[in-house]
Design a protein around this ligand. Structure first.
Ligand SMILES: Nc1ncnc2c1ncn2[C@@H]1O[C@H](COP(=O)(O)OP(=O)(O)OP(=O)(O)O)[C@@H](O)[C@H]1O
Ligand SMILES: [Mg+2]
Length: 370
């Protein structure tokens, strides 16, 4: 009996220990669970922070493994090249070093600098980090500066030529005038032709001189769409003759500009667009705003401008047309520059866009500026 009692007591004692041990285990388990939860939250926070850092970089960032498969990429890389994780990098990017120039589906030119760095983990190279930097704007500025240098050199030459030609031209005009008064009818007609030619040469010289003299800019607050509509009206005949549809898009936007000069610039773009369309086609003029600029873009469905030609179109006297003076775009450039604006060009066969950007804070700049 006593033996039985002792056994029960021992069993009870063992049970008590067992329960205590289970409780201890339970406590440890809960603590461990909490620790795991805390660690995974910390890990996920770290991951989110890393992701936020990579997403905040204004460059495209791609990580690839040794097999050149994309293991991570940020949004910017996806926007620039449609990069997808899990795919081979060469399906998107032929070279991992150098400069890449291409056109987006919207016909917008992009220049991207590609560079790569070793991706190391615990001192071991496990792949590469590829960085894509959008240098389109920098490239545009570089081209703009080169263009300005060329224009000023040509401008100096133009002044000399203009003076040399204008003097004898004055005499020719004077004598032709005298002959027109005195001569017989046939001679009079010749004299009239001479006067006409002299006028067109004079016109050409005036256009040339636009590059050399400070432009007199008289700014007023203009409703850009209204100005575009006036230009469209002036081009009605030429548009109708070629069966070209013209669409004017965009909301009402106002900017400070010289009405006559801006009209001259838009009209030059419109005429070029019309001339670029062989037969039928359409032209879209859009008025809009972007950050601190207002813009007017002229897009045509014409022949397009080959890449090697694009660099030269703003040069005075550059023309691919039989009867072109090659001064149209140079004048547009000059006018835009005098408004402290800028002009960009993007072109693929069947779609060419020239965009004039005007600063929106134009009211702060002097009304009469060179
Ligand atoms: N919308 C366009 N589409 C295709 N090519 C264009 C367009 N605009 C300009 N170009 C090209 O740029 C060249 C220069 O244009 P620019 O207006 O300066 O001179 P032009 O039109 O040839 O002569 P001008 O304007 O004096 O009559 C053109 O000869 C043409 O090759
Ligand atoms: Mg032209």
């Amino acid at each position: 009996m006593q033996e039985q009692f002792r056994e029960t007591l021992a069993l009870k004692e063992a049970l008590k220990h067992f329960i205590e041990a289970t409780e201890e285990l339970n406590r440890s388990y809960t603590a461990l669970k909490e620790e795991v939860k805390r660690l995974s939250e910390e890990l996920s926070q770290q991951k989110n922070l890393l992701k936020a850092i990579i997403e905040s970089i204004n460059d495209g960032v791609i990580a690839i493994n040794r097999e050149e498969t994309v293991i991570a990429s940020n949004q910017k890389a996806k926007e620039l090249f449609g990069i997808e994780d899990g795919k081979k990098i060469h399906t998107f990017l032929p070279n991992l070093e150098g400069e890449l120039e291409f056109y987006t589906i919207d016909g917008e030119r992009k220049v991207v600098k590609v560079s790569n760095f070793p991706l190391k983990q615990d001192g071991k190279e496990i792949g590469k980090v590829v960085v894509l930097r959008d240098i389109t704007r920098e490239r545009e500025l570089e081209e703009e500066n080169k263009r300005k240098e060329r224009l000023s050199a040509m401008g100096e030459m133009a002044v000399t030529i203009a003076h040399e030609i204008r003097n004898p031209l004055g005499s020719i005009e004077l004598f032709a005038g005298l002959i027109r008064k005195e001569g017989d009818p046939e001679v009079k007609r010749w004299a009239e032709s001479i006067t006409k030619v002299v006028k067109s040469i004079n016109n050409l010289i005036s256009n040339m001189l636009i590059f050399t003299r400070p432009l007199h800019v008289e700014k007023e607050l203009l409703e850009l769409k209204e100005v575009v509509e006036e230009c469209a009206e002036a081009a009605t005949h030429a548009l109708r003759e070629k069966g070209i549809e013209l669409e004017i898009k965009g909301k009402a936007i106002r900017a400070w500009a010289d009405r006559e000069l801006l009209k001259q610039a838009i009209l030059n773009l419109l005429i070029n667009a019309i001339q670029a369309i062989e037969d039928r086609g359409s032209i879209t003029v859009e008025v809009g705003e972007r950050e601190n600029e207002a813009f007017i873009s002229v897009t045509d469905t014409g022949c397009g401008i080959p890449k090697e030609v694009q660099k030269k179109v703003f040069d005075p006297f550059f023309s691919t047309k039989k009867r072109g003076t090659g001064l149209g775009l140079a004048i547009v450039h000059r006018i835009v520059e005098a408004h402290h604006g800028r002009i960009t060009l993007s072109s693929v066969p069947g779609r060419t866009t020239f965009t004039i950007y005007l600063p929106k804070d134009g009211e702060d700049s002097p009304r009469h500026s060179p």
